[in-house]
Ligand binder design. Structure first.
Ligand SMILES: [Fe+2]
Length: 282
């Protein structure tokens, strides 16, 4: 198909041109896009014009659709589309996250089979702030100090949806909590297709290190969290209307800036899963 690929982050994150996601894409085109995306971890496509049907059709081509537990922010027509916004409708938030900032995390690591990719489509973008930051955790793994790597190898981490809802200030219901008990995940994760390793750490969802004294485990995780946020691993995405950005949650963490409450931000979010046999992080 001849994708135009231009890396915009330090060794990862690529703008991809020459493709309209609303068009009819062949299997070969989808596979080429998937490969470029996996190698670059974050795909950025500008100037896309997508109906909800287009958005869902494309996401479905990439993998089984993910449905977020926070059903209050689902699109009324399509539960597979979630709104991320500070807008309100009759006083009620239309989407999740409001206008605040959000710390480093990887999506749905508090579930046994986390979302593989998260996709955001920019409809309304504030003038100031609201950037999304990505950190390359394969590079962070490759360049880890030897003692940190030794301490991290083979460890597992307990994560909780409650930690996230506290950070997002958006409480979940008892029924939603019952469906999302705490889980443990490996601290070092192997990419299911590329075979390389990456750190798999989600500071926003962290509860404790499994099987370690609390203080010792917290100190290790804190050191790791500082390591992955170093500038050398980070790309900052400044949003434009029409941007589609999707990222590989096995290989990056992301966070975002706050923005002025008076400015409007409205994004549509979808996600897709790994196939069942590869969905549990290893
Ligand atoms: Fe997220």
């Amino acid at each position: 198909m001849g994708l135009e690929v231009r890396q915009v982050g330090p060794g990862f994150a690529a703008e991809i041109g020459g493709i309209r996601l609303s068009g009819a894409l062949s299997d070969a085109e989808i596979e080429e896009l998937r490969q470029v995306w996996m190698e670059n971890k974050v795909a950025i496509l500008h100037d896309q014009h997508l109906s909800d049907q287009d958005l869902l059709a494309f996401t479905t081509r990439m993998g089984p659709l993910f449905v977020h537990v926070c059903s209050m922010f689902h699109s009324p027509e399509y539960p597979e589309i979630m709104f991320v916004s500070n807008l309100k409708e009759e006083g009620r938030p239309l989407g999740s996250l409001g206008d605040g900032d959000l710390g480093w995390h990887t999506d749905q690591c508090y579930t046994p089979r986390p979302c593989w990719a998260t996709l955001l489509y920019g409809i309304e973008i504030p003038e100031d702030g609201g950037n999304t930051y990505f950190a390359d955790l394969a590079a962070a793994y490759d360049r880890m100090p030897a003692d940190l790597r030794k301490a991290a190898e083979g460890k597992r981490v307990v994560y909780s949806v409650l930690a996230e809802t506290v950070s997002k200030k958006s409480p979940i219901t008892a029924e939603q909590r019952a469906r999302t008990p705490d889980v443990t995940q490996p601290l070092i994760r192997t990419h299911p297709y590329l075979g390389r390793k990456a750190i798999y750490a989600s500071p926003n969802h962290y509860v404790q290190m499994e099987g370690m004294p609390k203080e010792e485990g917290d100190a290790l995780f804190r050191r790791l969290a500082e390591w992955i946020g170093r500038d050398e691993f980070v790309y900052s995405h400044r949003w434009r209307v029409g941007d589609v950005v999707f990222w590989d949650n096995t290989s990056v963490v992301h966070r975002r800036d706050a923005f002025p409450p008076a400015q409007r931000r409205f994004l549509k979010r979808t996600g897709f899963q790994l196939p069942e046999e590869l969905a549990v992080p290893f």
